[in-house]
Design a protein around this ligand. Structure first.
Ligand code: KIV
Length: 283
């Protein structure tokens, strides 16, 4: 395993106050360009359910989906640290189930680590995965697999009681031995407090700029998501518009006979249509 940014670099980055840069990827070309750009790690997130498959939540994503997409990502980014998401109901049921599925994700999906949503309620599963020798990334705050309980994608940790639960879960995860924690859509001051308190890096998404790193869904960053893009995203391109304009132009060119042109076609010298007619039809 020859990675540009390794497991041991997560803690080093926090110590040296070097922000960790992460994005999701689900396919070969995206992973390739993310590695070219030199990001620190890639998450093959179950957000693929929404941005790749057009679902309204992440709940239908399967372990097989994550494995298949992770294999493509690994091909595109062989030197980048890749984390694979454990999908809904692949670890919640039992420690045995969690270990077996995390093992499959690492061995078949070729990821460097797995990500598990939740704190104290999945502590025994996280412990078992770690005991099996697999690195685990935690995920607290807005955990999309609990969307049914939340009733929508909303800011989490708004009350003192809820903020305290997220804070205590972060301490539990650190104690268990996870190497990093994603903090999704919580108040920035709460994220700052947790980041100060724990020795492993926090990776924020919609949780302010005091986290040790940041992650975004690549389709959101590129404005390539026909669904609603969360308010905490900054878009760096307008791929949706570029796609529509390019495809419209292509349609126009095909319909007008403008595509393909001479340079996009192949001609064999001396072989005219008449020559072909003579050689092929008169046989
Ligand atoms: O699935 C995902 O993309 C995630 C990130 C939003 C952190 O979990």
């Amino acid at each position: 395993m020859n990675r540009n940014f390794k497991l041991s670099d997560f803690k080093k980055a926090k110590k040296n106050q070097k922000p960790i840069v992460a994005l999701t990827a689900y396919d070969f070309p995206t992973a390739y360009y993310e590695q070219q750009a030199g990001i620190d790690f890639i998450l093959v997130g179950d957000s693929m359910g929404m941005v790749c498959y057009g679902r309204h939540n992440t709940l239908q994503v399967t372990l097989e989906d994550i494995i298949k997409h992770s294999q493509a990502v690994r091909k595109g980014a062989p030197e980048t640290f890749v984390v694979g998401d454990m999908p809904f109901l692949t670890y919640q049921i039992s420690t045995e189930q969690a270990v077996e599925n995390a093992g499959k994700l690492v061995s078949q999906g070729e990821v460097d680590a797995v990500k598990v949503e939740g704190g104290q309620e999945v502590a025994s599963q996280i412990k078992s995965i770690l005991n099996c020798g697999i690195a685990v990334m935690g995920h607290l705050g807005l955990t999309p697999q609990s969307i049914s309980k939340y009733g929508g994608y909303r800011l989490q940790g708004k009350t003192v009681e809820k903020a305290k639960k997220i804070y205590q879960d972060a301490l539990i995860l650190e104690e268990l031995g996870v190497f990093s924690i994603v903090l999704e859509f919580i108040p920035q001051e709460l994220a700052e407090l947790i980041t100060e308190k724990i020795t492993i890096p926090t990776i924020g998404i919609g949780s302010g700029n005091k986290c040790d790193g940041q992650i975004l869904v690549i389709h959101d960053l590129m404005n390539f998501n026909p669904d609603v893009i969360p308010k905490f995203v900054r878009t760096y391109a307008n791929l949706g518009q570029t796609y529509t304009q390019s495809i419209s132009q292509y349609s126009e060119d095909v319909r007008s006979g403008n595509f393909p042109g001479e340079s996009e076609s192949t001609k064999i010298k001396n072989f005219t249509v008449d020559e072909y007619r003579k050689l092929i039809e008169q046989k």
